[in-house]
Structure formats: C-alpha cells, structure tokens
Design a binder for this molecule. Structure first.
Ligand code: GLU
Length: 490
C-alpha cells in the first residue's frame, strides 16, 4: 500500500438484518480512525446476496448509525466520487473484473449444476475442480450460447499464502486447503469476496478494519487482490464479541431482548427504543477491544475522535457486558442538564399515554436523575404524578410490622399533620413528619411507607417529601383519604 495516500476506510454492511453492536463497533472504529487521521469514511452497502436481503434494513441501518453520531463522507445517501455505493448497482463492473481474471487464467467458467455440486459435497471438502481444465475457448462458446455458469477462482494448489494483519501479524494458510471458490454466481451477482475486493480497490480503501469473522476469508481476499496485481490494504481484524460470561460467541439470534422488561439487546434500534443515550453506547462499544490506557474509561464521541488509534486494539475476545452499558448510561444522564433529561424522557411518557405538564416534568427531573438507567425507566418513576387515579390493593398496606389498625392511625395522623402545614413544601413536610414519627414512637420508614403507597401506589418512589410537594396538597389529601376508606372497608 502506498502509505502517502490519504487514509480511506469503509464500513461495508450487508443489509441482512438490523445493526447490532458487532457491526456498530466496526463502524465506530472506522469512523474514529478516519477522523483522527483526517481521512475519509465510505459507507458501502454489500447487498449482492439476494437470498439474505432484508427489505428495510438499509434504511434502518443508516438511521441507527446517524443516531449513534457516526457519519461518513461518501455513501449511497450522500453520493461521492466513487458512486454508486450500493453493490447491486455495480454488478456489471464486478462481472468485467471476474472476466478479466478468466482472461489471465486466474479464474474459469464452471458449468456444474446444483445436483452435481450436491453429490460431490459428501466426497470432497469443497469443489472438485471438475471444470478447471475445460479449454477456455470452448468454455467461452458455452457461455455465449447461454449455458448457465459461474466463475470460479483458480486457487493455487501448492505452497502457502501469508497475509499480514496489523494486530495479529502474519497469518498463513495452506493453499491446498483452499477450494476453487465462486467469484460470480449464476444469478448474475458477484460473491461478496470478489465484489468487496474490487470495490475496495476502486474506492481507494487503504485500511480494512472489520470483524474477526472475516479473518478466515483473508487468504481468499489476498489471492484475489494479488491475482489482479493490486496492492493490498492494511488489514485490521477486530476481536470477537462474546456473551457477558465470556463463554459463547455473541450471536444475533440469542441476544435479542427475550423477556419483556429486559432492556438489554445487542440491536442498536432496540437500545434506542429502550431509552439509552447514544453517547453511552459509543462509550461502551469503544472499549470493547480497545483502550487508551488502563485508566480512562469515560469518553464522549468527540474525545474518542481525538485519541483513538489502532495500536491499542486488543485481539482477545471482548465480553459484551450490559452492566457496563448501564454504568455509562447513568454517567451520561447525570451529565445532562435537567431540561435535556426532560426532553429525552418526554417521548417515553407520551408512549405510555402520559402527556406531562412541562413545568412539572422539569421539577421532577432532579428527583429521578440519579435513579433512572434508561429514559424509559422514568415512566415507572413518574407515571403516578400524571395519572388521576392510582390503583392500590388494600393488602399491600398490611405487613409483618404494621397491622391494619396501626396503618389507619398513621394515615389519619399524617393527614391531620399535613392539613395543618402553613405552606405545603418539602422542608415543612419533612420536619413535621419526622416529629410525628418521634411522637408516635415509630421509625421514620414505618411512618412513611404507607404514605408512599397511598400517594404513589408504589413501594418505591422518588424521595417522598419532594414527591408530596410536587403532587400538591389536594392530590395528596385525596389519595390519603382514599387509602383510609379502602382500609376501613376491609
Ligand atoms: N459485507 C460484509 C459484512 O456484512 C463486510 C465484510 C468486510 O468488511 O469486508 O460484514
């Protein structure tokens, strides 16, 4: 590779499903590497496997990347010098390059049909080379006459192929292990291996930063590039992502949110819908296989753009640890202003059918800012402020420590105390209720628990004194009244 050429990287997803953290991390590292080097990032859609194509995944992918704050200089949506950036629009070009390899004897036409390929599969590890030695002119005649065919790479049968990976150093593969793989299919589409290498070359890609799963194809890729006589990009294969316990590989299938209420998912779109902050996700993903040093772990995207480098990429497997995501999320939420939190929380309340009063919502944010993980969590913390009727079952008031009669006395006395307050603010509420607990010889918790339940309908709520102040005198009064009636009627 010509090291003086400007750095150009690409994120080349296949639109076969939604963007997950494996792909998003690859995109992030490419983006950061381009940024820090003043290079360019290309988004290329690799959609030549038509069987696995998922209709809306490209649109969603672009949306998810943008939401994360990852942008690109060239791509199907923004255009660029090397347009088109969607591979299915480049198939003619790929075909020409495949034929070029045939013309220099590095590839050949194959006429084996599905049945034959299936029948040899049990005997041979890969393709048996049946069409490898057909006379080129004869093969060409058959192609011209319209006979169904593929184009296969003529893999060397002796020696080894060695490729240098930036992180893993030399990777050597025995050529005899390599079958004559297909470059161009009978359906008129190239195979990914050919399309990606041709496009990387034509688009001037200098560094290929991608997932570890492609390491097993690296010899194929190098052979294609070398057959054309092109120079190779710098290869950088990232670490594999594993399950949180470090055991199995993280897979798309098993990691989708399983139980309702579980906010953890490997899909970016799910994390967005659950109310994670994109900065928390990029912070989390950046550290899956990369570190600046062994100390710093809080990074905004703009910080990463200044410090990211490929030397600190760690090739060992990285566990996907969701509690770490929650930790970063908490940190990012606490760094936000109250009004930013309010506007992030708002859509989740609306989704739950709550139309919050803006002023009230803003006054509630300080109460929950340290308590929520995702923005969606706020619904649980806040809905009782905005709903007229709360549902409580009377049995919830009674427990080992407090009988029905005791609870009734507590609620009645609290009601009386609150009615006598000159101003209904949290300081006043707190000092009077503390005093009352003392007088009644109760622990503060014993006194407050039934009040919390009566006014919020929940066993857990934001800090109670502030909660009562924001609920307001009338609502507090009527909710306690209702609870008293409920208990009296058991
Ligand atoms: N289209 C491949 C994928 O979906 C890209 C592989 C590569 O980066 O070379 O992962």
């Amino acid at each position: 590779m010509n090291t003086s050429s400007p750095i150009r990287v690409r994120f080349a997803p296949s639109p076969t499903g939604y963007l997950h953290i494996g792909g998003a991390r690859t995109a992030l590292y490419n983006y950061l590497f381009a940024k820090i080097n003043g290079g360019s990032m290309v988004l290329r859609i690799e959609d030549t496997d038509r069987k696995r194509y998922v209709e809306d995944s490209e649109k969603q992918l672009i949306k998810d990347l943008k939401w994360l704050g990852i942008s690109w200089d060239e791509g199907p949506d923004v255009g660029g010098k090397y347009s088109p950036y969607t591979q299915s629009e480049r198939t003619k070009l790929h075909r020409n390059y495949a034929e070029k390899l045939v013309s220099i004897d590095k590839a050949y036409y194959c006429f084996c049909d599905k049945e034959r390929l299936q029948s040899i599969r049990s005997k041979h590890k890969g393709y048996d080379g049946h069409c490898r030695d057909i006379d080129t002119n004869k093969a060409l005649e058959r192609v011209i006459s319209g006979e169904e065919h593929t184009i296969r790479f003529r893999s060397p049968k002796q020696g080894t192929t060695t490729v240098d990976d930036l992180i893993r150093k030399n990777i050597t593969v025995k050529n005899k292990q390599m079958e004559d793989f297909v470059l161009f299919k009978a359906d008129g589409f190239p195979v990914y291996h050919l399309a990606a290498m041709v496009d990387d070359h034509l688009m001037g890609i200098t560094h290929v930063i991608r997932g570890e799963e492609w390491l097993s194809s690296i010899a194929k890729h190098a052979l294609i590039i070398r057959a054309f006589g092109w120079s190779e990009p710098i290869w950088c294969h990232l670490s594999v992502l594993t399950q949180p316990d470090g055991k199995g590989k993280m897979s798309k299938r098993d990691a989708k949110t399983k139980e309702p209420g579980n906010k953890h998912s490997i899909f970016i779109n799910d994390l967005n819908n659950k109310g994670y902050h994109p900065e928390a996700i990029t912070n989390w993903m950046a550290l899956m296989g990369w570190s600046l040093d062994d100390k710093q772990e809080d990074f905004k995207l703009v910080d990463l753009e200044k410090v990211f480098n490929l030397d600190r990429i760690n090739p060992s497997p990285a566990a996907v640890n969701f509690s770490k995501l929650d930790y970063f999320q908490g940190k990012h939420v606490r760094q936000m202003s109250n009004s930013e939190v309010a506007s992030s929380v708002q859509p989740f309340l609306m989704k739950a059918g709550i139309v919050p009063d803006q002023e009230m919502l803003l006054s509630l944010v300080p109460l929950i800012k340290n308590r929520i993980v995702t923005f969606e969590d706020s619904v649980e913390w806040l809905s009782f402020f905005f709903t007229k009727e709360i549902q409580i079952s009377p049995s919830e008031f009674i427990n080992k420590k407090t009988t029905k009669e005791e609870t009734l006395v507590i609620l009645q006395k609290v009601q009386l105390t609150l009615e006598q307050l000159p101003t209904f603010d949290h300081e006043g509420i707190e000092s009077e209720l503390r005093l009352l607990a003392e007088k009644m010889n109760l622990k503060l918790g014993q006194l407050l628990n039934p009040v919390r339940l009566a006014t919020s309908g929940q066993k857990v709520s934001p800090p109670l004194f502030e909660t009562l102040e924001i609920l307001g005198e009338n609502l507090v009064h009527s909710r306690i009244e209702k609870a008293i009636k409920l208990l009296e009627n058991i």
